[in-house]
Design a binder for this molecule. Structure first.
Ligand code: ZN
Length: 304
C-alpha cells in the first residue's frame, strides 16, 4: 500500500542489498527451485484470481466499475477484505466468484468472536483479515488468539496487512512482516498470508514465507493509482523488480499470489505489471492455482 514518492531511498537501498542476499540464498539451496515448470505454449490471456480486493461500493457506479474490471482482467475469483468485525465492506458476491474475509476490528469482543465463528460456519466468511499497523497491536498480541483458534477450527487462512499503512495514524512497527514468523511457528495448522509482501520490508516477508510451510505472500499494491499514467521505469522499479526478486528468493512457485488491492489499483493494469515479474511457466500458479490452495473456499465459487 504505497502512496508515491516518500519511499524512494528505502526502496533503492532494498534493491541494492537484495542482489547479495539472493546470491547467498541460491547458493545455499541449490538450483532445483521450480518443480512445476512446464514447457507448453499457452495464451497470454489466462483466468485470474485476485487474492486481495475490497468491495466497499459507495455508489452503483463503483459496483458497475468493479464488474467491468473483473471482466476486462478475466477475473474468475477474488478474495475481498471486510473491516470492523465484518460490518464494513461486506457484500455477498459469492455468485460472482468473490469470497470475503472477516476483518478483525480494534475491539474484538466475545460477541464479535461469536459472529466470526458463525460467519465461518455458515459460509458468509471464508478467511480472516488482521490489520497490523492500522490497529496498534502485534500479530503476537493475545488479543488475536481467538482469531487464530477459529481459523484452525474452520480450516481458513489468516491474512495480515503488512508494510506501509496508507493511513498516517498507522504505526508501522506493528506491520513488520518479520513478526509473522513467530505466529507461523506457534500455529502450524493455520495458513497465513503476508499481504503486500510486507512492502517495503520485502526481504523479511520473503524469508518468513521461504522458511515456513504455512506462510504465503500476496503481491498487491506495490503501486497504487492509475498505472497507465506512470512512467514505465517507475513500474519496473517498484512493482516488477521487487516482485521478481521475491519470487526468486522463495524458490517455490506456490508461495506468491497475485493481488491488486482494488479499488486502489486497476486490476487489469496491475495484472500486466505483475506478469512482467513472473516467468510465463508459473503464471497459472501465481495468477490462479495458488489462491485456490490457500483459500480453499474459493473452489466453491470461482466462475470459470
Ligand atoms: Zn487491502
Amino acid at each position: 500500500m504505497m502512496p508515491t514518492g516518500k519511499f524512494l531511498i528505502l526502496v533503492l537501498l532494498i534493491s541494492a542489498s537484495s542482489v547479495a542476499c539472493s546470491r547467498l540464498h541460491l547458493k545455499k539451496n541449490g538450483s532445483d527451485a521450480y518443480p512445476e515448470k512446464s514447457s507448453s505454449i499457452q495464451s497470454d490471456s489466462i483466468p485470474v484470481i485476485d487474492a486481495h480486493i475490497h468491495t466497499g461500493f459507495e455508489t452503483p457506479k463503483d459496483r458497475a466499475e468493479f464488474f467491468n474490471q473483473i471482466k476486462s482482467a478475466r477475473v474468475v475469483g477474488a478474495v475481498a477484505h471486510t473491516g470492523d468485525n465484518g460490518r464494513r465492506d461486506y457484500d455477498d458476491l459469492r455468485s460472482k466468484g468473490v469470497i470475503h474475509c472477516f476483518g478483525v476490528g480494534s475491539t474484538f469482543t466475545r460477541t464479535d468472536q461469536d459472529t466470526l465463528d458463525q460467519g465461518l460456519k455458515s459460509g458468509k466468511f471464508s478467511c480472516i483479515k488482521i490489520y497490523l499497523g492500522y490497529i496498534h497491536r502485534y500479530a503476537t498480541d493475545p488479543f488475536y488468539k481467538p482469531a487464530y483458534r477459529l481459523a484452525e477450527k474452520h480450516g481458513v487462512p489468516v491474512v495480515f496487512h503488512t508494510g506501509d499503512t496508507i493511513d498516517r495514524d498507522g504505526k508501522v512497527k506493528f506491520a513488520d512482516p518479520l513478526t509473522i514468523d513467530e505466529i507461523a511457528v506457534d500455529h502450524r495448522k493455520v495458513n497465513f498470508v503476508i499481504a503486500h509482501c510486507g512492502n517495503p520490508w520485502i526481504e523479511s516477508a520473503a524469508e518468513v514465507a521461504y522458511k515456513n510451510p504455512n506462510v504465503y505472500l500476496d503481491g498487491s499494491a506495490f503501486l497504487i493509482g492509475d498505472l497507465s499514467k506512470m512512467p514505465a521505469d517507475k513500474i519496473e522499479d517498484y512493482v516488477v523488480k521487487p516482485l521478481r526478486w521475491i519470487f526468486g528468493y522463495v524458490e517455490d512457485p506456490t508461495k506468491l499470489m497475485f493481488g491488486s488491492d482494488w479499488p486502489l489499483a486497476p486490476i487489469d493494469q496491475y495484472v500486466e505489471a505483475f506478469k512482467k515479474a513472473i516467468p510465463r511457466e508459473h503464471w497459472n500458479a501465481v495468477f490462479h492455482d495458488n489462491a485456490l490452495r490457500v483459500f480453499p473456499r474459493l473452489r466453491k465459487v470461482t466462475t470459470q
